[in-house]
Design a protein around this ligand. Structure first.
Ligand code: SF4
Length: 350
């Protein structure tokens, strides 16, 4: 098995099976994710014989950046090629650096990473949904996306978001292992509260996430609180009725004591009527929630078009009047195909 398939515990078991003392697993972990080593040859404090055996039995090759686009707002969008040739998208978003947020002056760097190659959820507003599901990513493949972006910017990553291609909770165990690598003091050392998982809303996994020891953050792509509209926008979760999602979120909050963020892409007409807003306010009642309003991305072949900014401002004001915290966000890097799946699809058709 390749080394990226192992999480922290897996590395410990592997090293033990090889008859090595346990501290070798810590050294190996630190080389892979603390230093972002590109080869076993770099791991100079591991014995030569162990490095050779690892190279033969658990080989690895760090993902290769095969495309990189830099937006006018300094967001960088990458396509990474994995060991089996699979391609994934990763985005680096610098912030806090004043005008233009130029990468070198930025104080914070958020990385949005993918959790699967392709995706089975088929959301109508998403380019990745069109390509279908290919495979789950391994923990190391997710952590390496974050390391590749940190290295390209030459700065540490302050926030990581599992919001790229794929449904993270459809790859739950590997995603949790990856989050722990990102959080680990000998890995990337990113605070748990600065690591967010964004899900379409798989009820039993939301409950499970609420029971994890770490204080990771949860975001749910809601996009409509009207069942038929949500089913049409997000057919992959049509089997989870909104009351079941609400119950799972309530349960998550009771277990974790944490607030949940709702992502809501506003599209002209479809999910932006007064009734849609009333349904959203009703859905948030009894939950501790923050609503992020975003304009839907114009994806080729999609009938959805973004709402005018005034409507987004109006929604935010009405949500706040109803006692629900809300923000209007812009889509960073939109000029370099910042929305999920768009860069990869644009390359494929060019
Ligand atoms: S928005 Fe996310 S969950 Fe939906 S199809 Fe795209 S990648 Fe999958």
């Amino acid at each position: 098995m390749r080394i990226e398939a192992y999480g922290e515990q897996g590395l410990k078991d592997l090293v033990k099976e090889m008859g090595q003392p346990h501290y070798r697993a810590t050294q190996l972990f630190e080389w892979l994710y603390g230093h972002g080593a590109r080869s076993y040859a770099e791991m100079t404090n591991l014995p030569g014989a162990l490095r050779e055996r690892l190279g033969a039995e658990a080989p690895f090759s760090f993902p290769e950046i095969i495309d990189k686009r830099v937006s006018a707002d300094s967001t960088r969008k990458y396509i990474l090629k994995l060991a089996d040739g699979a391609l994934v998208e990763t985005v680096g978003i610098p912030s806090g650096g004043g005008a233009g947020d130029a990468g070198s002056a930025a104080k914070r760097l958020t990385v949005c990473f993918s959790t699967q190659v392709g995706c089975a959820m088929a959301c109508t507003f998403c380019a990745t949904g069109r390509e279908g599901f290919v495979r789950n990513l391994f923990p190391g493949e997710m952590a390496w996306q974050v390391i590749a972006v940190a290295d390209d910017f030459g700065m540490r990553v302050s926030n990581a978001v599992a919001m790229g291609q794929g449904e993270p909770f459809a790859n739950y165990d590997h995603v949790l292992s990856a989050l722990r690598i990102l959080n680990h003091e000998k890995g990337l050392g990113i605070g748990a509260r600065h690591i967010t998982v964004s899900t379409c809303g798989i009820a039993d996994r939301i409950r499970r996430f609420g029971s994890e020891a770490e204080q990771f953050t949860l975001a749910v792509s809601l996009h409509s609180a009207v069942q038929e509209v949500r089913n049409a926008l997000m057919p992959g979760v049509a089997g989870t009725p909104l009351p079941a999602l609400w119950d799972a979120l309530r349960d998550y909050q009771e277990r974790s004591g944490r607030r949940v963020t709702f992502e809501y892409l506003l599209a002209e007409g479809a999910n932006s009527t007064d009734d849609a807003l009333a349904a959203l306010i009703d859905f948030c009642s009894g939950l501790s929630a923050h609503v992020n309003l975003l304009p839907v991305n114009a994806v080729d072949g999609s009938p959805l078009s973004p709402c005018p900014p005034e409507r987004m401002g109006l929604w935010r004001a009405r949500l706040e009047r109803a006692g629900i915290e809300a923000s209007v966000r812009t889509s960073r890097g939109a000029d370099v195909f910042g929305a999920c799946g768009q860069l990869k699809n644009a390359r494929a058709s060019s």
